[in-house]
Write a protein of this length. Structure first.
Length: 160
């Protein structure tokens, strides 16, 4: 029972840590998204204002290029800030997805017998169907089915 309790406690701690980690990611992504939306809103306002100013100046018949240029440069600065904010979101995603691998191990691909194509458990050294020896990964262990019906029939003939 003590072994079970210890295992359950470890699992619970790992689950809590996983949830804490995901909560941190959610908060950071929410902040980054809010910041990005605010920058996009201010950029749109800047562009709209630039259009209004240009229109008003054209109505008067005199363009103040300095005033327009200042607003244009401001719009460009917003565009750069938007690109940085997008990069920051990508960095957050990348950082947390890499950290997530600590909690969720990558899936193991099924192993197949090179003789009969039966699925073989990763720790097995022999096929559960035909009992053929299964080469280790280093020795070129089969990772996918290969057509080898001839070998299967030949092994059965040897056994009979």
């Amino acid at each position: 029972m003590d072994k079970f309790s210890k295992k359950a406690k470890e699992g619970l701690q790992k689950g809590v840590e996983f949830l804490r980690h995901r909560a941190q990611e959610t908060v950071e992504m929410h902040k980054a998204t809010s910041h990005l939306k605010e920058l996009q809103k201010r950029h749109e306002e800047c562009i709209r204002d630039l259009g209004y100013r240009t229109y008003a100046m054209l109505q008067k018949g005199a363009l103040d290029q300095r005033a327009l240029r200042e607003r244009y440069v401001e719009a460009l600065e917003f565009e750069k800030a938007i690109q940085r904010a997008i990069k920051e979101q990508e960095n957050i995603r990348d950082r947390y997805s890499a950290d997530l691998q600590l909690f969720v191990p990558p899936p193991t691909l099924p192993t197949y017998c090179p003789y009969c194509q039966a699925t073989v458990p990763p720790s097995s050294s022999r096929c559960p169907e035909c009992e053929a020896p299964i080469p280790r990964k280093e020795e070129g262990r089969a990772s996918g089915p290969e057509p080898s019906e001839g070998r299967r029939d030949a092994r059965r003939a040897d056994e009979d």
